[in-house]
Design a binder for this molecule. Structure first.
Ligand SMILES: Nc1ncnc2c1ncn2[C@@H]1O[C@H](COP(=O)(O)OP(=O)(O)OP(=O)(O)O)[C@@H](O)[C@H]1O
Ligand SMILES: [Mg+2]
Length: 946
């Protein structure tokens, strides 16, 4: 039957296809009630696309299938990969796509990445990699992704489609999905976001008109269909084509004449009778047909005839004949693998299986699939519906499936599998392990209280004392997130007491965890300090020792220690890169230690460790590691004063972490700082808005940095009240945690604020306080910055000038180049104001040069004006093309100059190819060149800070 009354809808789909073929991807959502004709439209679009040489990738969701993580994604990509030539396959799986394929088990030749990395990391790598798989496939010809019944898609697949949908610009990819209105879906939020995306186009097929209904009925029941009969049918079905067809089938089965005489009876039939009519029809068929139908309803959308036959208890040939029989009565569709014509049919048949038999059928389905070599992930959903029977194989299957689900970013599914495994129940010796796995899955799914409970139970039933103690680490994390740090600290302290006799490495790991959780709690940090002090002499010869040292270094830095002490501890924590080698580049304590080194002005050692971490992240392909490396790199560049690199690394960190709560405040704060320094105040405001800056600022040290950045911006905007509010909040947090962060140094900014608002005594008091804190800390960069402020807010006398001169002296010796530039410019300005114009020129000149090399344009401009006021005649402060690039443009340009293609650049930066093209176009324009050949020359040598 051709599609009736669908010209409008088909036209919309055709236009979308054309747009995608022209290189700009679109998502079209076909939405409407059951049976309105969404699937038919999707098929029509697929056929048309195929005819035009588009690579069509298709999948459908199934009512019982949302427990298959990435089930829809697998359906989409499996076939094109299998059908590809070896060369096409290699091209499709190049770059990040290979990582995703390995993780999903799509590429037999590649093993999934090494263990250990966080599952959150893997699931992002999968998302990113799948995006590139589609982009790679679309490099040769346009691609269409057709997903039927997306409301039943599993959560990870939905997330991927959403991720892809937001990156369609510049990709010749058409996504068409069908969604039944009113179905909530496995992840209602993501589904709604996907359908509501501004780039998504919604097409809602309308009911057939009375005339259309009549035409449909005639094609099914012959020309005898009269107007009154057709009108009655139209009324009974509201013009829904599926219901019309079912009515026609019922009429035929009952042997009614399609004339007005039957019209009354028709009105009594209605949507509710659909199920009955299907079952009725089935009732007239052979026993084998009924069994095949039921087996298929249990096995689901991806069933093979072999498995259906086995579950139905039939010989394959018998099952094949039965399937044909079902095709004949319009229960199965025409595809070679058995499939129902419509989900409603499956629902009706499934609902008709007596409750008491269903569990048994699912249990048998699991056996059949296992015997057929199916993966645990394909078997486990059946086990959820099967009765518990103490079967060890069931437990193992569920555990294996849970592990996969977690790796694929579906921890909630893993939780269900593991809960079911516990019900089985596992043999006594395994109970503790299964509880532990459940607790970890719950932790990842954000069910922290449940996680704490599972982990506690797991510890209670574990036999091995060392295992019991080790499991206190995840328990402490769950407790910290659910009940608060006191409970977490208590469990760790108990563990330390227990472990005392067992194993020193374990004690150290617990101590390190304790320090990490306890660092910001005022009542605790005193005790913590004492606890940790017993470890100051550790050598750093094992990873656990290094973990403690890293935490100790951070503790000392935040609690009245000196830079020298802190740096010594951090260097030992990072010695020989043991920490990165054994715990990976994503090890947070390792990065804490690098941060400490940077705050202590030891940029050299920090850079060496960072490089080791970068190599590790790249070798293991860990996105989390790369994100962590970018975050530390942005802090390095920020400390060294390179505002351009700082911003671009911060953006890379954001892209990799995708807004992980613990990290984005640092990245955003550095972006804001660097935009402010570069004079782009609007851009800085924009970034703060985009991240809803502090509406959601977590109770973390990193949020203080963000408050400080926002205060600095408010100062530039002369919104003094806003600046004051933020600075007061920073002060409150420091007090609450009883810490003193040598890097944050909010008092200097507060001094400047007081001075600007006319409260000179307060300004001088704050500046003096900061100076004494910085002196106690002892790092040149901190002392220099504090001295500079003392000089700036002091009276116009010699001691003030001296303070600035001393500031220059300290900063010269430190790696803090931007702060150095500030002091030089301020020194020049101070000299000029005292009438020493000639003396003013040299520091001003140096300051302007240094500011330029830091990309601190507003400081350079200020210094330039001062130079003129000092009577110098400097060259016009004209920024070269290279200097006018934004951080993102510069990063893209550098990568392009190093020989990478647009695709590789996009993969490296987690952006789309289109974004890279746009950036490069602007770069060429600013540099006055036509292509990448001219890049290296126009950019000049890469400016890496000393
Ligand atoms: N425009 C049409 N003209 C004639 N028949 C149609 C038309 N649209 C749909 N049908 C028939 O109606 C039936 C239901 O259509 P379809 O399966 O596409 O519905 P659906 O919207 O996908 O429903 P669901 O939400 O349940 O998946 C099909 O058997 C199809 O043959
Ligand atoms: Mg459908």
């Amino acid at each position: 039957v051709p599609l009736l009354e669908r010209d409008g809808e088909l036209g919309a789909l055709r236009r979308a296809l054309e747009r995608a073929q022209d290189g700009d991807g679109v998502l079209v959502a076909l939405e409407g009630p059951a049976g309105i004709g969404k699937t038919q439209l999707l098929r029509a679009a697929q056929a048309e696309a195929e005819e035009q040489g588009v690579l069509v990738m298709a999948a459908r969701g199934g009512e019982l299938e949302h427990q298959f993580p990435n089930g829809v994604v697998r359906q989409l990509v499996e076939r094109p990969l299998v059908q590809a030539t070896p060369e096409e396959r290699a091209a499709a799986l190049s770059g990040p796509a290979g990582v995703a394929a390995a993780e999903l088990g799509l590429d037999a030749s590649a093993a999934p990445g090494a263990g250990g990395a966080e599952a959150a990391d893997r699931s992002f790598a999968v998302l990113h990699g799948l995006y590139w798989l589609i982009a790679n496939l679309a490099a040769d010809r346009p691609v269409m992704l057709a997903v039927d019944d997306i409301h039943w898609a599993d959560a990870p697949s939905l997330r991927f489609l959403h991720y892809l949908a937001r990156r369609l610009e510049g990709l010749p990819v058409l996504i068409v999905v069908t969604a039944r209105s009113g179905e909530a879906g496995s992840d209602p939020n993501v589904l709604q976001q996907l359908l509501a995306d501004p780039a998504a186009e919604s097409v809602t097929p309308t009911p057939l008109s009375p005339g259309g209904a009549r035409e449909l009925l005639r094609s099914l029941l012959g020309d005898g269909v009269d107007r009154a009969f057709a009108a009655a049918c139209h009324g009974a079905t509201n013009g829904n084509p599926f219901l019309l067809r079912q009515l026609a089938d019922a009429v035929r089965a009952d042997g009614l004449d399609p004339t007005h005489a039957a019209a009354d009876r028709i009105a009594a039939l209605g949507p509710r009778t659909v199920a009955r009519s299907i079952l009725l029809r089935l009732g007239h068929q052979s026993d084998a047909a009924a069994r095949v139908a039921r087996a298929l309803a249990v096995l689901g959308v991806q069933a093979t005839l072999r498995d259906v036959a086995a579950l139905a208890g039939l010989e394959p040939q018998v099952a094949a004949r039965a399937a044909d029989e079902l095709r004949g009565i319009d229960v199965l569709d025409g595809s070679p693998d058995p499939a129902f014509v419509h989900p409603i049919v499956r629902r009706a048949i499934y609902a008709d299986i007596p409750q008491a038999d269903r569990a048994g059928m699912h249990a048998r389905a699991a056996e059949v699939l296992l015997a057929d070599g199916a993966q645990p992930r394909d078997v486990a959903p059946h086990l959820l519906s099967a009765d518990a029977a103490g079967d060890e194989r069931v437990v193992q299957t569920l555990r294996a499936a849970a592990e996969r689900a977690q790796r694929e970013g579906a921890p909630a599914i893993a939780v269900r599998f593991l809960e079911r495994a516990l019900e089985e129940p596992p043999e006594r010796a395994l109970r503790s392990d299964v509880l532990h796995e459940l607790g970890r899955a719950q932790l990842m799914a954000g069910e922290t209280a449940a996680a704490a409970e599972s982990l506690e139970r797991s510890i209670r039933v574990a036999d091995d004392p060392a295992v019991r103690t080790r499991r206190r680490v995840p328990l402490a994390r769950a407790l910290a997130a659910s009940e608060g740090s006191a409970a977490a600290i208590a469990t760790l302290e108990e563990g330390i007491a227990e472990a005392g006799e067992i194993d020193r490495e374990l004690v150290l790991r617990l101590e390190a965890e304790l320090a990490a959780i306890g660092v910001l709690r005022d009542t605790f940090s005193q005790g913590l300090g004492r606890r940790l002090e017993q470890y100051v002499d550790l050598e750093g010869t094992t990873a656990a020792e290094c973990l403690v040292l890293a935490n100790l270094a951070r503790h000392v830095a935040l609690n009245d220690g000196t830079a020298e002490e802190a740096a010594a501890l951090a260097r030992r924590a990072l010695r020989g890169n043991l920490l990165v080698r054994e715990e990976g580049s994503e090890s947070i304590p390792a990065h804490h230690a690098m941060f400490v080194l940077l705050v202590c002005d030891d940029a050299e050692n920090a850079r060496a460790s960072l490089e080791a971490a970068f190599n590790d992240a790249r070798e293991r392909g860990t996105v989390f590691g790369l994100g962590a490396v970018s975050l530390t790199s942005c802090f390095l560049a920020y400390r060294l004063g390179d505002m351009m690199v700082a911003e671009s690394e911060a953006r890379a960190a954001l892209a990799a972490f995708g807004g992980h709560a613990s990290y984005w405040p640092i990245a955003v704060s550095i972006i804001v700082h660097s935009l402010v320094e570069r004079g782009d105040l609007d851009g800085a405001e924009e970034v703060l808005r985009e991240f809803d800056a502090l509406g959601t600022a977590p109770d973390l040290l990193s949020a203080s940095r963000l408050l400080l950045a926002r205060a600095a911006l408010a100062m530039r905007r002369e919104r003094f009240d806003d600046a004051r509010a933020d600075l007061e909040e920073v002060a409150r947090r420091e007090q609450r945690w009883s810490i003193r962060d040598p890097e944050i140094g909010w008092r200097s900014l507060a001094a400047q604020l007081a001075w600007r608002t006319g409260d000179e005594p307060a300004a001088q008091r704050l500046a003096a306080e900061q100076l004494s804190i910085s002196r106690a800390w002892g790092a040149d960069s901190a002392i220099g910055a504090a001295l500079r402020m003392v000089g700036l807010v002091g009276p116009l006398d010699d001691p003030s000038l001296e303070a600035i001169e001393q500031a220059v002296g300290h900063l010269e010796r430190s790696p803090a180049r931007l702060e150095h530039a500030r002091a030089l410019v301020d020194l020049g300005a101070a000299l000029r104001r005292r009438g020493r114009r000639t003396d003013a020129r040299e520091p001003l000149r140096q300051g302007v040069e240094l500011a330029r090399s830091c990309h601190a344009l507003s400081l350079a401009e200020f210094g330039h004006d001062e130079l003129i006021a000092a009577g110098a005649r400097p060259r016009r402060l004209q920024f070269s093309g290279a200097e006018s690039l934004t951080a993102s443009e510069r990063r893209v340009a550098d990568l392009a100059a190093s020989g990478l293609g647009n695709r590789e650049i996009a993969q490296t930066l987690f952006v789309t190819i289109k974004t890279v093209e746009n950036h490069l176009a602007r770069v060429y324009q600013k540099l006055g060149i036509r292509s990448r050949d001219g890049l290296s020359e126009a950019l000049g040598p890469p400016k890496t800070p000393a």
